[in-house]
Structures are given as C-alpha cells and as structure tokens.
Ligand binder design. Structure first.
Ligand code: PMP
Length: 285
C-alpha cells in the first residue's frame, strides 16, 4: 500500500508528516472521504465542493487544482488496487513552528491521501440485518477542561486577535461571560477592587499558572472571587491580566479598544507577576 504525502507516494507503513504539522498540533485542517465503487469515486463533486468550502472557511489555501487533486485521488486508488472501499484526503495549514496564529502565508498546506478496501460482504450482511444505536450527550467540543490538541477554535480566536492588533483573544460564552483566553486564563481586578477569575467547573482549562497564582494570593492574604465575569465587568475593571506558562502574568491594557484602568499595567497585576516569577525561578527543578 502507498499513501500520498505532499507530492510523493510513500510506502503506507512509512508515510509520515512533520511533528510540527498544524493538523497534528492544533487539528488545524480539513478532510474528505469518498466511497470507491469499482475503482471510482462516488459523489465526487459533492465532496470536492465541500472540501473547497471547508478550506475557504478556515482560509487555508487551495493546495492544488481540482484536476491535480483528482489525479492524486485516482492514482492513490489505483496504486492501492482499491476496487471497493474509501479514499481519504486531509489538508492542513502546513508545518510551522508551534504558535496558535496562522503561519506566514507562504507556508504550503500539507496534503495527504490514503485509500483502502472495505469488505462489501460485511456491510451487506449488516445492512441485511440492521444495526443498533445508542444515545450520547453531544459534547462537541465541550470538554475544554482537557488539554487536548483539538485547538482549532483557539487558533481561529488567536488569529482574529492578531488581525485586530491584539495579543490575545478572550472568549465569551452565550451569557456574555468571559470563559478564558485562547491559550491563557483571564483575570480582572473589578471596579470594586476584587480580584476575579472564572471557576474551573465551568468548562475552562485549569491552568497550572492560574493555580500557582492562587497559592500566592492565599499566602499574601489577597482575596479572590472565583466567579465568572462579563465582558462589561472586564471593560470597567481597574486591572486585567492573563496567565499561562510562557506568558506568566501578562497585563492587559485594553479590551476591544476600551482602555483598562489608566491604560498601564496595574499594581496588583505587577505584584503578582513579580511574586510569580520570583517563586517560579526559586522552585524550578
Ligand atoms: N487556557 C488555555 C485554553 C490554554 O491553552 C492554556 C495554556 N496551555 C491555559 C489556559 C493556561 O494554562 P497553563 O497555565 O497551564 O499554561
């Protein structure tokens, strides 16, 4: 068997993409699957049209013409001698140093195609008898407490921030409450002077830096109100900042163009950053 990977057909067992491919690191890619009947693809145009729509929605460049792509799909089916089965195509935003925003526009998308046979006798037997179904809660993707590589929404949020001249995007739920940053946890010192960050029951990543800051807050006798805050709360806040490994405690001076406090890093923020960095350096192993 062979797989098509970025311009060449490789033995299936050895076919591989780079460790920093954005499909692997961020799920930043799209795919299609065609059924193959007698060596030919079913619903060809339907899948090809949806592929182009998906790429367009994610602003991933069309990697090659429909003609070239068709040739690759057919050649992969032919080389694998698939009569009845499937052909799979994946296009990702390519390989680039790991960073949420889109890589430079000259980064070529990655294209891979695989194809395999599927037993028709088995599916015919199942179809003859019928099959069972169970129900499951639809959690796509509601488990933001798990640090998964399913980061496409985070990537799109970060990219939107960068395009609006901002460093980070704070994501907002249906209630208008801030959940977290695209790769950070969000904090404010509200207009009453209360330090606030969202609780972690509610579907955010429990940041390690967030927890470390909480320990510092407790030992410094600073009060914390672990409760969601709204975008309006944040815009009226005295101070705002976000935390993550790498960013540590990063002061936020504006939100959607609205100046926070006097537009400079606030005193509590600055103190927490110093405390965090001192302790982190001291305790680093
Ligand atoms: N939220 C999200 C969505 C993140 O990706 C990250 C960083 N990995 C964080 C919060 C901050 O977590 P930590 O302090 O563990 O880096």
């Amino acid at each position: 068997r062979v797989a098509y990977v970025n311009g060449t057909y490789q033995p299936h067992g050895e076919a591989s993409i780079h460790v920093e491919d954005r499909g692997f690191q961020f799920a930043d890619g799209v795919y299609e699957v065609w059924s193959v009947f007698n060596g030919r693809m079913a619903d060809f145009d339907g899948h090809m049209t949806r592929l182009h729509r998906s790429l367009n929605e994610l602003r991933i460049d069309i990697p090659m013409s429909v003609e070239s792509l068709t040739r690759v799909l057919k050649e992969t089916i032919r080389r694998n001698r698939v009569k009845n089965g499937i052909v799979y195509l994946q296009v990702t935003r390519g390989t680039a140093r790991r960073d949420h925003p889109f890589p430079s526009p000259d980064t070529p998308p990655s294209v891979i195609v695989t194809s395999r046979s599927v037993s028709t006798t088995r599916s015919e037997a199942q179809a003859a008898k019928g099959v069972a179904v169970v129900t499951q809660p639809d959690i796509r993707w509601g488990r933001c407490d798990i640090k998964t590589v399913g980061l496409l929404a985070n990537v799109l949020a970060k990219q939107a921030a960068r395009e609006r001249g901002a460093y980070e995007a704070w994501m907002v739920d249906e209630m208008g409450l801030v959940t977290e940053g695209s790769s950070t946890n969000a904090w404010i010192v509200d207009k009453h002077g209360r330090l606030r960050t969202r609780d972690t029951q509610a579907n955010i990543l429990k940041g390690i830096t967030r927890t470390a800051i909480m320990d510092l807050i407790a030992s410094e006798n600073i009060e914390l109100d672990e409760r969601p805050f709204s975008v309006d709360d944040a815009k009226e806040a005295r101070e705002a900042f976000f935390t993550a490994a790498g960013a540590f405690v990063m002061p936020t001076i504006s939100i959607d163009g609205v100046k926070i406090g006097d537009g400079k890093p606030g005193p509590i923020t600055t103190k927490l950053r110093t405390l965090y960095l001192d302790r982190a350096k001291r305790d680093a192993v």
